[in-house]
Each structure stands twice: as structure tokens, then as C-alpha cells.
Design a binder for this molecule. Structure first.
Ligand code: DAT
Ligand code: MG
Length: 154
């Protein structure tokens, strides 16, 4: 299975509600490796580029307003199949239909305020990582525990 990197955001609602540690805890415990992490304020330009696929949707102005309303925590996480794995851990976009055990299913009820973003494809992940991070911010390191998480990683 291909080792992938994916962009994760703890959105403004998650940061305000103190869910940063909980999101990181789940990703760390699962065995993914963090390669970049920062608290930041998203401006309108970055919000527009990040959510470019939704530019024509009626909810776009509200989405940009929300994601720029307060800081986010931006992170890059690495694992085999990381993109789909994080999407599964997030749960579906609308928390109302997100199963318990998923981040949205455990911590959210509102379609807009759904706590977490995760890239939806490896191609989009590469674009989003480049939007949020300079190459020098991506730390190349070995998580020694990884050899106990992925058999081939040793
Ligand atoms: P996801 O965040 O699961 O990738 P998405 O890319 O379809 O979902 O949409 C981005 C965000 O926009 C989503 O997290 C919440 C908001 N959103 C999506 N559909 C919406 C809708 N119909 N009304 C209001 N907000 C919506
Ligand atoms: Mg999306």
C-alpha cells in the first residue's frame, strides 16, 4: 500500500471547543505520523483556494466566513493509505449521518461546524499540503514506533 500524506485541519469550531488534542490523539493512536503542524489564521484568499471546488455553491460565502472566523490547526499526517483512512475516521460531511466512533459522529451535529477537514484524494492532498505549508515546514523524521504499526516499515 502506498504511503500517503494528507492535509488535516481542525476547523475554527474544533479549536474553539478544545478538540485539537482529541483529534491529534486519535490520529497519533491510530499510528499515523505527523509531518507538519501549526496554528494559523486562514485569510479569504487561502480559504478560496482551499475550497475552490465549492466556489459556485450557495454555501460558499458562509463556508469562507466560517473557516476564516477564528484560527485553525493545520497538519500533515502520513501513513499507508492515509487519505482514505483519515476520511473514514472523520465520518461523512454531515455529522447528522456520521456514525458514532467517527470524529464528526462523536463531536458534531451541524453540517457547517463539523470540526475537521481531510483531503479527499491523494491528488488533492498534494495540492492542499502545498497550499498550507512551505516545503521546509514538512519534517522528514522517523517515528520509531512505526515499525510496530506497519510491518514493512522497519
Ligand atoms: P468535506 O468537508 O467532508 O470534504 P465538502 O468538501 O463537500 O465536505 O464540503 C466542504 C465543507 O463545506 C463541509 O465540511 C461543510 C460545508 N458544506 C458542504 N456542503 C454543504 C451544504 N450543503 N450546506 C452548507 N455547508 C456545506
Ligand atoms: Mg471536501
Amino acid at each position: 500500500m502506498t504511503v500517503e500524506r494528507t492535509l488535516v485541519l481542525v476547523k475554527p469550531d474544533g479549536v474553539q471547543r478544545g478538540l485539537v488534542g482529541e483529534v491529534i490523539r486519535r490520529l497519533e493512536f491510530r499510528g499515523l505520523k505527523p509531518v507538519a503542524l501549526k496554528l494559523m489564521q486562514i485569510d479569504e484568499g487561502l480559504a478560496g483556494r482551499h475550497y475552490a471546488e465549492h466556489r459556485e455553491k450557495p454555501f460558499f460565502p458562509g463556508l469562507v466566513g466560517f473557516v476564516t472566523s477564528s484560527p485553525v490547526v493545520a497538519m500533515v499526517w502520513e501513513a499507508p493509505n492515509a487519505v482514505a483512512m483519515v476520511r473514514a475516521m472523520m465520518g461523512p460531511t454531515n455529522p447528522a449521518s456520521a456514525p458514532p466512533g467517527t470524529i464528526r459522529g462523536d463531536f458534531a451535529v451541524d453540517l457547517g461546524m463539523n470540526v475537521i477537514h481531510g483531503s479527499d484524494s491523494p491528488e488533492r492532498a498534494a495540492e492542499e499540503v502545498a497550499l498550507f505549508f512551505e516545503p521546509s515546514e514538512l519534517v522528514d523524521w522517523e517515528r520509531t514506533q512505526s515499525r510496530w504499526v506497519v510491518e514493512a516499515a522497519g
